[in-house]
Structures are given as structure tokens and as C-alpha cells.
Design a protein around this ligand. Sequence first.
Ligand code: FDA
Length: 310
Amino acid sequence: MIDQLYRKAILTVAERDSVEKLLRARAWPVAQRFVAGEDIPSAVQAMKDLQADGISSNMDLLGEFIESAEDCTRFADNVLGVVEAMQGAGITPYVSIKLSSVGQGKDEDGQDLGLKNARRIITKAKEYGGFVCLDMEDHPRVDQTLAQLRTLIGEFGHGHVGTVLQSYLYRSLKDREGLDDLKPNLRFVKGAYLEPESVAYPDKADVDANYRRLVYQHLKSGAYTNVATHDERLIEDVKRFVLAHGIGKDGFEFQLLYGIRRDLQKQLVKDGYRVRVYLPYGRDWYPYFSRRIAERPSNALFVLQGMFKG
Ligand code: FDA
């Protein structure tokens, strides 16, 4: 409950124009702990550094609340640039997109623009043997995102597109079961948005318990599972679960966010697990950065110290 209150307070304050202005102007030096840079060359360098440690990357071009259809399509073009950049660097493209950023909910010639732009990105990624993950956003978007995932898996196969389920939502267990026929590649997270009690567990213990249920069920289903958390207790439990159920290390991977628990990322690689880091970059880093601050009080202190160091 305290976690929930802290998150609510931080996200509410972060949305104020004056706070955003101040942080955008002064917090970039500290934001760089979580964001790999503002341009493609910095992101590619970060990706290569991770690769040297045996860690794969999941590139995320930052951009949210993009308003016009033209801007959404331009954003999708930029994501295509990321796919090309990964391929150019000799790395199989793996990117995440937020469907809202590429036009979900906007009609173009009788088609959803988000779906149209996602198709363009997945087509290119598939050409290079790559993968596109549809990030999960706030709860009003879940229905449409899952319906679009179904369409896209039908067109491209589950080896090239997947999505995310959030354990804080009451509905996620049912959603997972409803996708079983697709054998989807799913990433499981706790959930990063401010959601009302009518749709999401307010208590962390329930969110964690639901996380275990979701991951265990998906692992047992035989579909590829992305265990995306920094929670060491959960990670240890998953390690025990796969051992007990004879699930090989090629049936799942651990995913962590860039700049968070780098020690753990390296240890997991050392122990022979697949590890992928979510690597965000781009000029529009502020909303992503606020969510990371909202996850952990010590991050807020870290930002304040960094801003006033001079
Ligand atoms: P929890 O919050 O319980 O933290 C466990 C421990 O991890 C903490 O005690 C701390 O040690 C460490 N930790 C967690 N967050 C930290 C931070 N910000 N800074 C420093 N340490 C931190 N969400 C979403 O809604 N949609 C999505 O598509 C995604 N995608 C996604 C991809 C990947 C690869 C990851 C790892 C996470 C996401 N998320 C997400 C975010 C997710 O929902 C969640 O908010 C964060 O992962 C934090 O939750 P944990 O599972 O780490 O547990």
C-alpha cells in the first residue's frame, strides 16, 4: 500500500508542467543511468557494451503521447531506423514498441494506424530474423493490444512478435490463458502505470503472487517466457521452478532494465541464463524516467542529489 502511495505521489508530481520543465532541464545527467543516450550511435554503443558481457538487448526508442497521425508514422519510420541500426551492427534486431506511439486508436483509410505501422516494423524485423515486442501500456489499451497481437501473430508467427502481461491487473491470468492457442512469446512484468483498485491489485504481495502464477503457467505451457523483473526472490523462485519441471534454459530468459541491477544481470549470465536488457534511448526520455523514479524512493534521492551537485 505504501509502495502504491509513493508511486502515485511521484507520478502525480512528475506530471506537473513546472516539475517536468525543471527535470527536463536539469536531470539529464542522472537520467543517463536509465537511458542509453539521445541518439542511435549512443544506443548502439550501449548495446555493444552489453553484448561484450554476454547480455542481449531489446531496443526501445522513447516516445509517448504522440498526437498526430503524421508524427506516429514518422515515429514508426524512426523505429525502422533502429531495426536497421541493429542489423547494421551485426545484431539480430529485437525492439519494443508502444502501439500508442505508432498510432493505435487512430483510423487511416479504415484501418488502425497502430496496426498498420506495427506491420511495417515487424515485416522489416522478420526479414532480418528479428523480433518485435508490443509493450503493454495502461489498462484501457489492453483489449486492443491483445486483439492486435492475435492478428499480428496470425500474419507473422509467434517467433517475430509478442507482448507483455502485467501481474498487477486482475485480468492478466485470464488474458494469458486466452492466448494459449497462439503459443505466444510473452514478457511478464509487475506493471508500471498508475492504475485504480477497480482493475489492479493495490497490495504488492498480491502483485508478486500473481506474477508467480503467470510465469509458472506460461512456462508450463511450453511457450517462450520472458521473466522481466529485478526482484531477486522471484528470480530465485523461477530458477527453482524450471529445475523442478525440467524446463531448459533455452525456454525462457530473464529481462532487466538498462542501468538497474547490473550486478545481477552479469551474475545471471555467469550462471548460464539468457539475459536481455531493455535499452531505451531517445530525446523523449522524461515519461520513462519518471516511471523508474516512481518505482523506488532511493531513485528520487539519487535524482535530487545529482541535480543539486552543480
Ligand atoms: P519491484 O518493483 O518489486 O522491485 C524489486 C527490486 O528491484 C527492488 O527492491 C530493487 O532492488 C529493484 N528495482 C526495481 N525497480 C527499480 C528501479 N527503478 N531502480 C532501481 N532498482 C529497482 N511495465 C509495464 O507496465 N509495461 C511494460 O511493457 C514493461 N516492460 C518492462 C520490460 C522489462 C525488461 C522490465 C524489467 C520491466 C518492464 N516494465 C514494464 C516495468 C515493470 O512493470 C516494473 O515497474 C519494474 O520492472 C519494477 O518492478 P520489479 O519487477 O523489478 O519489482
